[in-house]
Design a protein around this ligand. Structure first.
Ligand code: ACO
Length: 334
C-alpha cells in the first residue's frame, strides 16, 4: 500500500475587524455596486495594527490541531507571501508559539497558490517518511501592503488564515490527497508583485525606498485571463490524473479571488456553477488562506459533507498555480 497523506483536521480564522464595501467607498473612488458586480466581494476582514501573520497562523493552526484531536506533529509548513519579516521564516515562530517543540518548520511562498503548494510539499514529506503528521497553514496579512489610494487592489484583499493537519495513511482512506498538478510562469512575474524589500531592490539609505515599493501592485485584467486559463488547464489535467469526470466533482473549491473567475473555470470544466464554493463575498481575497477558509466555512455550514469529492485549484503571483483532489473525510470542524 502506498503511503499517502490524509486530511485529519481543518481550521481557519479571520481577524475581528470587518470592512464593508461602503466603508471603502467613503475613502476611494469606488462603489459597493462596482465591487459586488465585478468581484462578488461584500466585505473583508483587516487585522488591527500590531497583529502579524504569525498571530493569524497560530489561531488557525491551533483550531486545525484541535479538529484533528490534538497530538504531536512532525513538521510545520506555513504558506505565506506576507511573512512577519524577510528573514527568518515565520513558520518556526508559529511552531514554537503552538508549543510544537523543535520540529522542522519553514515557509513556502507561492502567493495565492500557496496553500495547494503547501499541501503538496506536506504530502511529499509524508510519502518520504520525513514526518508522520504535518501541519500546513496558509496565512496572509495583505492589508498593510495595500496602497490605500489604489482602488484596483485596496478593495480586493482581506486578511486571514486557514490550516490543515495531514497524517500518513492509505490512498483508500477518506481524506486521502489523491493527486496534485502544479505549475509556474516566471515570465509574467510583474503582473502581481511587491517590488521592494528583496535582493533586487533593498531598503538602501543611498537609494531611498519609495513607500509605494512596499505595496502590492496587480495588473488585474491580465491576471484574470491567466487565472482562468491556468486554473482550467491544471484542473482538467488533475481530473484526468485521478480519473474523475466533471460530474464527479461535488465541490469546486477554487481560490477565492473573483466570483467571475471561479464561474469561468467551472464553465470551462463543465462543472455546474451550483458546485462552486463561494466564500469571498464575506472575506475577500485572502491569498494563501482562501481555500482552507472556504472549506472550513462550507464544512461548518454543513454543505460540505463526508464522502464528497473536492477539487481545489488556485492561482496567484509568480505566476504560480496548483490543483489538488480529495474525498472529504469525517472531520470535526470547530
Ligand atoms: N472601483 C471602481 N472602478 C474600478 C475599480 C474599483 N475598485 N477598480 C478598477 N476600476 C475601473 C478601472 O479603472 C477601469 O476603468 P476604465 O474602464 O475607465 O479604465 C474599469 O474599472 C475596469 O477595470 P479592470 O481592471 O479592467 O476591471 P476588471 O473587470 O478586470 O476587474 C479585478 C478588476 C477585480 C481586479 C479583476 O481584474 C480581477 O479579479 N483580477 C484577478 C485578481 C486575481 O486573481 N488575483 C490573484 C493574484 S494576486 C496574488 O497572488 C497576491
Amino acid at each position: 500500500m502506498t503511503r499517502t497523506a490524509v486530511l485529519r483536521g481543518i481550521g481557519a480564522m479571520v481577524p475581528p475587524r470587518a470592512v464593508d464595501n461602503d466603508e471603502l467607498s467613503a475613502l476611494l473612488d469606488t462603489s459597493d455596486e462596482w465591487i459586488r458586480t465585478r468581484t462578488g466581494i461584500r466585505r473583508r476582514h483587516w487585522a488591527d495594527p500590531g497583529m502579524a501573520t504569525s498571530d493569524l497562523a497560530m489561531v488557525a493552526g491551533e483550531r486545525a490541531l484541535k479538529s484533528a484531536g490534538g497530538g504531536p506533529v512532525g513538521m510545520v509548513i506555513l504558506a505565506t507571501s506576507t511573512p512577519n519579516q524577510p528573514m527568518p521564516a515565520t513558520a518556526p515562530q508559529v511552531a514554537a508559539g503552538l508549543g510544537l517543540g523543535t520540529v522542522p518548520a519553514y515557509d513556502v511562498t507561492a502567493a495565492c497558490a500557496g496553500f495547494v503548494y503547501g499541501l503538496s510539499v506536506a504530502a511529499g514529506a509524508i510519502a518520504a517518511r520525513l514526518a508522520d503528521r504535518v501541519l500546513v497553514i496558509g496565512a496572509d496579512l495583505w492589508s498593510t501592503r495595500l496602497n490605500p489610494d489604489d482602488r484596483a487592489t485596496a478593495v480586493i484583499f482581506g486578511d486571514g488564515a486557514g490550516a490543515a493537519v495531514l497524517e500518513a495513511g492509505r490512498e483508500s482512506d477518506p481524506g486521502a490527497l489523491l493527486g496534485f498538478d502544479l505549475g509556474s510562469d516566471g515570465l509574467h512575474r510583474e503582473l502581481a508583485r511587491v517590488p521592494g524589500g528583496g535582493s533586487l531592490q533593498l531598503a538602501d539609505p543611498d537609494t531611498p525606498f519609495q513607500q509605494s515599493d512596499h505595496y502590492l501592485t496587480m495588473r488585474g485584467k491580465e491576471i484574470f485571463t491567466h487565472a482562468v486559463g491556468r486554473m482550467s488547464e491544471s484542473s482538467g489535467r488533475l481530473l484526468k490524473q485521478v480519473g474523475w469526470e466533471a460530474r464527479d466533482v461535488d465541490w469546486f473549491a477554487g481560490h477565492q479571488a473573483n466570483a467571475r473567475i471561479l464561474h469561468a473555470v467551472a464553465d470551462a470544466l463543465d462543472v455546474d456553477r451550483s458546485r462552486v464554493l463561494i466564500h469571498l463575498d464575506r472575506v475577500g481575497n485572502t491569498s494563501a488562506a482562501s481555500i482552507p477558509l472556504a472549506l472550513t466555512d462550507a464544512a461548518v455550514q454543513g454543505s460540505l459533507r463526508p464522502g464528497q469529492n473536492v477539487l481545489m485549484t488556485a492561482f496567484g503571483g509568480g505566476l504560480s498555480w496548483g490543483s489538488a483532489a480529495l474525498n472529504w473525510p469525517d472531520v470535526d470542524v470547530l
